[in-house]
Design a protein around this ligand. Structure first.
Ligand SMILES: Nc1nc2c(ncn2[C@@H]2O[C@H](COP(=O)(O)OP(=O)(O)OP(=O)(O)O)[C@@H](O)[C@H]2O)c(=O)[nH]1
Ligand SMILES: [Mg+2]
Length: 440
């Protein structure tokens, strides 16, 4: 099976905790802080790599976890950084956040990459918190937590030329003729079950990529035949080649072309309006006068708006002229810009989001907000000075003021990130601790 849509569960590594170690040495009874920083957690990264044309590698494995950062240690030893997981994806992979439906990135360039789940930063060790007035702090930070999310990958093949037509028209034979691809070819409809991709070389030396898709039939835009799913692979092509079997005769050939054009138009306006060339195929099997009649009838039907070229995908007759015509159209039709504009980096919960809200509940107030909750999660709550620092940060973010405004009293219970605190506004807290220390 050709896999062009898949949901993955990804989880980054959490950051390692900073160390709260105090230096110990013979004859030095009380050394200064020497706790190293925690290591970074690994990222989960999607990267576009050449040679891939489906999401096949995710057939069996859909859940990925990067490594956690190691804890910092005594003697200022930095914890090991957690290894990242890099997942190769084909060009044209779009990445959506399943929870919100938001497009996170449109990976349309070779080498594009997306950090889909960013590893947590390591916590700082206590060496960062030494100050002249506070010589032996135990304070250290915990690492940031991991990021877990579900992403949906949707592949839209990126090809310059898209080969369309009724089943059995000879699309795959033409793809094989134009490119080095080896698609399955057979004398029955629906031989092709999934798109094939190949690279064609133009007489000019330039290369173009071409894709064929399963044969279209009436109702394709509604899911008839092999379904609507494959039509999206045509959205990024610059030029379409309508392959029509000349053996149908003039009248039937015109009807066949009209049906396919109609299905494209019904699928999307954009597809219907794409520049296209008509290839009247299998002319090797026909009397040349009859073949010319088919070409003329199609030319008449499209009002001279599209080039109509007699070819034989089997013998190669006319295929150079076809490529020329396609290249000509391509030079005047714009490259399809990726959806969502620029490639975007998903920051995950480590982004700079400081909005929060206070939810007043029965006897307890809850503070909700990414940044605020993160601060709490990364604080070593067993360490008084870390807690004091947390409180200062909350003050700076305006949390304290918001709590007071919401009616919090000294001693009220406040919940943040699943932890319950007793609320003591800053001035109260300062009085209860040895004063005079300034936050570094
Ligand atoms: N003689 C001759 N036979 C051809 C030519 N092009 C295709 N055929 C034959 O037509 C049949 C169908 O060709 P395919 O390339 O499989 O057709 P398709 O459009 O890809 O068909 P689906 O994948 O089923 O939609 C095969 O038996 C081919 O060998 C041609 O130019 N001349
Ligand atoms: Mg085919």
């Amino acid at each position: 099976m050709f896999l062009d849509e898949v949901v993955l569960s990804v989880c980054s590594g959490r950051g390692g905790a900073g160390s709260g170690s105090l230096h110990r040495e013979k004859f030095v009874p009380r050394g200064g802080p020497d706790g190293g920083d925690g290591g970074r957690g690994g990222d989960v990264i999607l990267r576009v790599e050449p040679g891939l044309s489906s999401l096949q590698r995710f057939q069996l494995e859909r859940s990925f976890q990067a490594h956690h950062g190691g804890s910092g240690e005594a003697s200022k030893r930095h914890g090991a950084n957690g290894a990242s997981v890099v997942l190769p994806v084909p060009r044209g992979t779009m990445v959506f956040d399943v929870a919100t439906g938001r497009l996170l990135a449109d990976l349309d360039q070779m080498g594009s990459e997306l950090i889909v789940a960013r590893g947590g930063r390591g916590g700082r060790g206590n060496t960062h918190f030494a100050s002249p007035t506070f010589q032996a702090p135990r304070r250290r930070e915990l690492g940031e937590p991991a990021v877990t999310l579900k992403v949906r990958l949707e592949l839209r093949l990126i090809a310059d030329l898209g080969l369309v037509g009724l089943p059995n028209a000879g699309k795959s034979t033409l793809l094989a003729r134009l490119t080095g691809a080896h698609p399955k070819i057979a004398d029955y409809p629906f031989t092709t079950l999934s798109p094939n991709l190949g690279v064609a070389e133009l007489p000019s030396g330039h290369t173009i990529t071409a894709a064929d898709v399963p044969g279209l039939i009436e109702g394709a835009h509604l899911g008839a035949g092999l379904g609507v799913g494959f039509l999206r692979h045509l959205a990024r092509t610059r030029v379409l080649v309508h392959v029509v079997d000349a053996q149908l005769g003039a009248e039937e050939a015109v009807a066949a072309h009209r049906k396919v054009a109609e299905e494209l138009r019904l699928h999307s306006e954009e597809l219907g309006a794409k520049a296209s060339v008509i290839a009247v195929n299998k002319v090797d099997l026909m009397d040349s006068g009859l073949a010319q009649a088919v070409v003329a009838a199609l030319g008449h039907a499209v009002g001279g708006e599209q080039p109509v070229i007699a070819i034989s995908a089997a013998t190669g007759e006319g295929t150079d002229a076809l490529l020329d015509a396609a290249a000509q159209l391509m030079s005047t039709s714009p490259k399809v810009s990726p959806q969502g504009g620029e490639f975007r980096l998903y920051q995950g919960p480590t982004g700079r989001e400081t909005a929060f809200k206070v939810v007043a509940g029965e006897g307890i107030m809850r503070v909700e907000g990414e940044a605020v909750e993160r601060l709490v999660r990364t604080t070593d709550l067993d360490d008084d000075s870390s807690v004091l620092r947390l409180q200062r940060q909350l003050l700076r973010l305006g949390v304290e003021a918001a709590l007071v405004a919401a009616g919090a009293q000294p001693g009220s219970d406040v919940e943040i990130a699943g932890q319950t605190f007793s609320f003591f506004p800053e001035d109260v807290a300062r009085d209860s601790l040895a004063g005079g220390r300034s936050d570094p």
